[in-house]
Design a protein. Structure first.
Length: 388
């Protein structure tokens, strides 16, 4: 609670200090000053969300909770842009992103801070509230600390980035992005599946994309160190993917296919066929070497004749992670299917979704790619958000 109050006060102080800049923020963002450059501005936004969930595999699992409150700040002072977002949940709070950006010219841009890792389908590899399987293994909607270079020229984009480390301390699982995490002191004597001591360092990313009309074709690569606190040795992560997105009338089709290898240097009594990931206050093991595939489809529905709906879309997103190794701990495929619709009216956005999973941590599985249950389980998730 002390941290929540402290962080809230800091944000209020920041907003108050920028108060004079908030006036007519939208006009300032679009108007040019006397020197022909955009005016300085600051925008404050955020969201409050409620969430209903039902799990078919648990008794008395129907719950309705206040999910989160978040604050978003973005703006420009002189030629420097800044962006930040902070989230509060019932049991924890954390930053989602916080970075500054500078346009060198119309084609070249640099960013520094806690920013989104350029990998795979962008900005997300899911059409819904519930994110794809790749999010759960740190390959989608991942924010890390480092620097990014962006080059855009007509229909071609190249992004190169270097990240010193993930966003929070190595043993901290109360975070937004899923990263490799180490054990905490209070679980140091836990079973072998939770005794990982690895974390990410010196990560390099390269992403290219070419747009050909309604078709976007891209490729991504990620390489970096994995340092082990016990052995003081560094392993490596090697991840590659190709991806495409195609718009046809009101349809959007997406595909992403790739492979990853987390090569760890563990102590002799800790298996290297799995790694420990954490976020949102939880930890689970993931097969350390696997292939993955995503197949997504979305249909936007015309709402011009419906006065109480501004936007409506329905989608189905499917994914699989298939381990390359078979051992006592890992080997079974993990699959997830997301079927849902989103409805928007003014500041109100509602996602209604059915998530079906096989051997998936968030749908009654032990982790990702482990030797767990092969049954297909389901959960219903309805998220109601007010965005401002």
């Amino acid at each position: 609670m002390h941290n929540v109050v402290k962080n809230t006060c800091l944000i209020y102080a920041f907003v108050f200090s920028m108060g004079c800049s908030l006036t007519h923020a939208e006009d300032s963002n679009s108007d040019l000053g006397k020197d022909g450059k955009p005016n300085d501005f600051v925008k404050i936004g955020g969201a409050a969300r409620f969430n209903y969930e039902y799990k078919s595999y648990e008794s008395n699992s129907s719950t309705l909770n206040f999910e989160l409150f978040r604050i978003k700040v973005e703006g420009r002072i002189s030629d420097v842009e800044f962006y930040a977002q902070y989230r509060w949940y019932e049991d924890f709070d954390f930053p989602e992103y916080a970075y500054v950006g500078y346009d060198i010219d119309t084609k070249n841009r640099i960013e520094f801070g806690l920013s989104k890792v350029p990998f795979g389908l962008q900005p997300y590899s899911s059409h819904g509230y519930w994110e794809s399987l790749l999010y759960h293994i740190g390959l989608d909607d991942d924010n890390d600390l480092g620097a990014k270079y962006i080059y855009k020229n007509n229909n071609f984009e190249l992004i190169a980035a270097y990240y010193q480390n993930a966003e929070l301390s190595n043993d901290q699982a109360n975070r937004y992005s899923f990263d490799l995490v180490t054990r905490q002191d209070d679980i140091a004597t836990a079973d072998i599946n939770e005794r990982e001591a690895n974390y990410e360092k010196n990560q390099w990313n390269l992403r290219i994309e070419k747009r050909l009309g309604n078709l976007s074709l891209g490729a991504s690569a990620q390489y970096g160190d994995i340092f082990n606190e016990d052995t003081k040795r560094s392993g490596s992560q090697n991840i590659t993917a190709i991806h495409a997105s195609y718009n046809y009338h009101k349809w959007n089709y997406q595909i992403e296919i790739g492979t990853y290898d987390f090569d760890t240097k563990n102590s002799d009594d800790v298996s290297s066929d799995q790694v420990l990931f954490g976020a949102f206050g939880t930890r689970f093991n993931v097969a350390s070497n696997a292939d993955f595939l995503l197949l997504n489809i979305e249909r936007k529905i015309d709402t011009s004749s419906i006065s109480y709906i501004d936007e409506l879309s329905c989608y189905n997103n499917w994914g699989i992670i298939s381990p390359k190794r078979d051992s006592e701990n890992v080997g079974n495929d993990t699959t997830q299917n997301l079927l849902g619709c989103s409805i928007k009216k003014g500041p109100l956005l509602i996602f209604s979704e059915l998530i079906s999973g096989n051997n998936s941590f968030f749908v009654n599985g032990p982790g990702v790619g482990l030797n767990g249950s092969t049954s297909l389980d389901h959960r219903v998730n309805i998220n109601i958000g007010f965005y401002f």
